[in-house]
Design a protein around this ligand. Sequence first.
Ligand code: HEC
Ligand code: HEC
Length: 287
Amino acid sequence: MLNTKTMIAALCAGAVVSCVTLQMTKADPVTDELVIDGKKMITHAKPPEGHPLDVVRSGWLYREPDTRSLEADSFENPGMLFVSKGEQIWNKVEGTAGKSCASCHHDAAKSMKGVGAKYPVWDAKTKRPIDVELQIDKCRVEQMGAPAYKFDDGNQRALTTYIKYQSLGMPVHVDLSKGDMKAWWQKGKDVYYTRFGQLNLSCASCHEENNGKHIRADHLSQGNVNGFPTYRLNTTGMVSVQNRFRGCIRDTRAEIPKAFSDELMALELYVTWRGTGLSVETPAVRQ
Ligand code: HEC
Ligand code: HEC
């Protein structure tokens, strides 16, 4: 049984007090081990210096038993279909140069191993951090003579899933020493703690102060991104990191920043850092 405790939590903000009162039930995350295809995943880790929490935890530990077991079994995990779809795209010739990803990078299991654990990285050319989605676009435009994907194009999600899957089990570690990564990290941190929307909530209001509690039908996790793109059972498809951010922001009834905007790139870098040490779990399964 879960160790549960009911409480009324008031998430309040501002001089003119606006509060959202939610009935919350505290339920500890599970302590089970996650083993995928014989590989043991790191689902809790010691946080990096300057991290506000005592333990960094994977969102998997907060999910229901059925959802957890789907992720633990690659034959059952519906996200694996998108890994296969991504592999087809990897080998498909597109664009004026007559090349596929495989023409240059060959076997993704070797050439893409580690990519999912280290992105976002500093891009010296555009002088900003880029995530896997933007790196794919960079190669499509500069190397293949193919158009960049529209945000959340089905092929973009599948290819990102395929690339991140090559790092399954590897611990997340972003390199903040390059370029202006530290300033972008700080910018992302500022966004994380800014209250927005009619509900006046920040990311921290839910994922830092209230993680471990039930909010409506959901068990609030720390909001880590080590499992992205994730397969969502309620929409039966892959959800990208920035789409998840946009969904959480929409729920606070705030204006939603554009995908790959400075705000969301900085946030992706900062939130990825918050999950330092957790295994890449792509494609994770969520409700
Ligand atoms: C003509 C050769 C060529 C093709 C085709 C190509 N790439 Fe690249 N790719 C490169 C080069 C060169 C780099 C390093 C420079 C850079 O980052 O752009 C690179 C870098 C990358 C990286 C970063 C690797 C790392 O360790 O940081 C990823 C990820 C990547 N490519 C994915 C892809 C994908 C996905 C495709 C197909 C959509 C693709 N590439 C097509 C040449 C290519
Ligand atoms: C009103 C509360 C609330 C706020 C504010 C909020 N979220 Fe969430 N978020 C949720 C809920 C509920 C879920 C689904 C359960 C879970 O995974 O925590 C979720 C899920 C997530 C996930 C997926 C975690 C996983 O393991 O799949 C990420 C990442 C995330 N949120 C990031 C953010 C970021 C970044 C912000 C700030 C822009 C934010 N959230 C603001 C409630 C919130």
